[in-house]
Each structure stands twice: as structure tokens, then as C-alpha cells.
Design a protein around this ligand. Structure first.
Ligand code: MN
Length: 390
């Protein structure tokens, strides 16, 4: 059986207020073509389908149009689970309806038995434990009792939950587990919300049951395989870079082929094209402006980290313009000023006018340099505005 593993789509995500619908649409079109090209029989999506619990109508439409095309244009079975960003109930609301289209959605983890999906239903060739993100309260409702400390108790409950899933699977067919959680040893970026249940403790790869073919995980946005088992315990990562710091590695989906006895006979990483590049440009004013003028920034989102020796009024606009002239769109300009020196000593008796204090501060901070005319003018306007509003 040929299986494709993906996760963390985050449909509806915005980057500095920019909608990313086009990128998601291009990804889903690419995904459909890839499924057709490799004749994928089972698609696994391990959580964080949407970026928010109540996605916009545009996001919802994109998702259902993809599912409809999957039903209409392929014979693929699909298993989708809820991640920590999804609303479990929202995601599985059309559950029975989607099942008519070979699409199985598990949002809430009512019980391990409810997560087991044998496919195809009439003549199972594989059993999937479609375990969604398990919140602390999900686990608390389950009646697992152990006497270890609180953190360990959650880990034990994860273990027991998966063991019960495997116990509920039909015998004699390959087993695949899904999950949306942090497994010890995974590399975290900063765009994944903390889902380490019960504090610092995380599940370990070795906590998953034995005699499994593959564990298809979501939550971490960097594709990676966690060590510690004789079968792959793997994060597919997110298909589009969700933050500027998610650009240092490839975006992928995994194609797997299982023999009837559950042996992994093919394990292929398929790279996802970059639909819109996210770039970071760092340096002082001269080097950033020359990068802007020399590069091809067409269709790219850019984050600029600018090192300044003194404040410069209007520099952000100049930088946006320079990249804009070459087709790029600057989403953020971070200004980095020298560390503040020891503050100037200004006593209350010395105080005359705000402009003088401002000038003194500026000299103290920037090697005795007074603020230039534009900066001083801006400061005066600010003072006037403040006085007017009193
Ligand atoms: Mn995610």
C-alpha cells in the first residue's frame, strides 16, 4: 500500500497580516498532482489543518474543494486528525458525510477504539490509529491510573492510549499510528505552540507500541525522524514556511510503501516546491540597500534586520521602496540600534525644554552627536501632539 504523510498545513495562516491563501491553494494543487503521480492509496494528515479554531469561509472553502477533488479525481483514502490549532468538534462536524467520500476525520479522542480506522473498510489492508492532539483534559477523562508523579502520569497515559489503539486493531494487517504531539528529541521552531502536556515531560519514541510500521506525526514544522525505535517515528513538517525562521530546511511530504506484512519497502522524501520565498536580509544601511538593488526579489516576502548607528527617520520606508522596485515585498524592518550607554545625568533643576533633554540624551547615546534636523523636527511635533492632548 502506498501512503503519503503530511501535516501542519495551517490553512488561513497570516504572516504580518498577509493572507497566504494563494500559497495554500498552490500547495493543495501540487499535493493532488503528487497523489495522482505516485498513485497514492492512503493520505495521512496529522493535525493543524487550519491555523485557527474557527477558520474563515475562504479557508474552509479551500479545504473542502481539495477534499472534493480528492474524492472526485482519485481513489485515495484519507485520514485527517485535529491538531492543537484545530477545533476538534468543528473539524469532525461533517464526519459521516466525508466518510461517503473515503475521508475519515477524527477530531476528538473520546476513546482509543474511536480512533482506529481500518482501510479499506470492507477488506482492511492497513489499520490506522488516527489519534488527534490529546489535551490534558482529554487524558484526564480516561480512567488510566498510575502512581508516578504528575508529568510521568501523562506520559503513561499517552503510552496506554496508543497501546489500547493497537489492541483494538484487526489482527494480521500493518499498523500505522498518527499523533499531534511533542516527542522527546524533536527540534522545535518558534511557531509551534507549546503542547508539552504536564510541563516538561514529553513522550519518548520508545513509548509507542511494538510491531508498528510507521508513526506519522504532526506538530513540529521541521521534517525529522525521531530516533529510538526500529520503525520511523516521523514529523513531516509544515508544507509552507510559516515564519521567516522556517526557511533553513526543505519542505517535504513522505511517500511510503508497505508490503502486506507491514514491511516498509519504500520510504521516499518528496520535496515541495517553494511557492513564495521568505527571505531575511541583514546588515547596515548601505549593504541592505545594495542587496535590494542587486537582487531579484520578484514575488518574495522579505524581512530586514537593519543595523543602525543612530536613528534614521524614514529609513523603513526607503528600504520597503528599494525592495519594492525590484518586485519584493518587505513585511518587517527590525531596527537594531547600539546598546544604550550609561544614561546621561540630568537633574530636575537642569530641565528647561523637552528638546534640550532630547538633544542631551541623543548626544549621550550616539557619541556626542546631536539629533539631525529631521529627527528634531519629528520630536517637536510629538511634543506638540502630547501637549495638545493634555
Ligand atoms: Mn502546527
Amino acid at each position: 500500500m502506498r501512503i503519503l504523510h503530511t501535516a501542519d498545513w495551517h490553512i488561513g495562516q497570516r504572516l504580518h497580516e498577509r493572507q497566504r491563501t494563494d500559497e495554500h491553494e498552490q500547495f493543495l494543487n501540487w499535493l493532488l498532482e503528487t497523489i495522482q503521480e505516485y498513485q497514492v492509496e492512503l493520505l495521512l494528515v496529522s493535525g493543524d489543518i487550519f491555523d485557527t479554531a474557527l477558520p474563515s469561509s475562504e479557508s474552509t472553502n479551500l479545504y473542502y474543494r481539495f477534499l472534493y477533488r480528492l474524492f472526485d479525481e482519485t481513489d485515495t483514502y484519507t485520514v485527517i486528525t485535529a491538531g492543537n490549532h484545530d477545533s476538534p468538534r468543528h473539524l469532525e462536524a461533517p464526519r459521516e458525510f466525508l466518510e461517503m467520500g473515503r475521508i475519515y476525520v477524527v477530531g476528538t479522542a473520546a476513546a482509543p477504539t474511536k480512533c482506529v480506522v481500518p482501510l479499506p473498510p470492507d477488506n482492511p489492508q492497513v489499520a490506522v490509529a488516527a489519534v488527534p492532539f490529546l489535551s490534558e483534559s482529554d487524558l484526564r477523562h480516561l480512567s488510566y491510573e498510575t502512581e508516578v508523579d504528575r508529568n510521568e502520569r501523562y506520559r503513561e497515559r499517552f503510552k496506554a492510549f496508543y497501546a489500547d489503539c493497537v489492541a483494538a486493531m484487526p489482527p494480521g494487517i500493518p499498523k500505522i499510528l498518527m499523533g499531534h504531539l511533542f516527542v522527546q528529541g524533536g527540534q522545535v521552531g518558534d511557531s509551534e505552540r507549546n503542547v508539552q502536556i504536564g510541563g516538561a515531560t514529553a513522550t519518548h519514541a520508545s513509548d509507542f507500541p511494538k510491531d508498528v510500521s510507521y508513526v506519522a506525526l504532526g506538530h513540529l514544522h521541521r521534517p525529522q525522524t525521531i530516533k529510538g525505535t526500529d520503525y520511523p517515528v516521523r514529523y513531516s513538517g509544515s508544507p509552507i514556511p510559516l515564519r521567516f525562521n522556517e526557511t533553513g530546511y526543505r519542505k517535504v511530504v513522505y511517500l511510503l510503501e508497505l508490503s502486506d506484512d507491514g514491511t516498509l519497502i519504500r520510504d521516499k522524501e518528496i520535496e515541495i516546491p517553494i511557492f513564495k520565498a521568505l527571505c531575511t536580509v541583514e546588515g547596515d544601511e548601505a549593504s541592505v540597500i545594495s542587496d535590494a538593488m542587486a537582487g531579484d526579489w520578484n514575488g518574495k516576502y522579505i524581512q530586514v534586520k537593519l543595523k543602525l548607528t543612530a536613528p534614521r527617520v524614514g529609513i523603513s520606508d526607503e528600504i520597503r521602496q528599494a525592495f519594492g522596485n525590484r518586485g519584493g515585498e518587505v513585511l518587517s524592518v527590525e531596527l537594531e540600534l547600539p546598546e544604550a550607554q550609561e544614561g546621561p545625568k540630568i537633574s530636575v533643576e537642569d530641565m528647561k525644554r523637552p528638546e534640550e533633554i532630547f538633544e542631551q540624551l541623543h548626544r549621550a547615546k550616539f557619541d556626542g552627536e546631536p539629533p539631525d534636523d529631521t529627527l528634531m523636527q519629528t520630536f517637536k511635533e510629538l511634543v506638540e501632539m502630547a501637549e495638545d492632548s493634555e
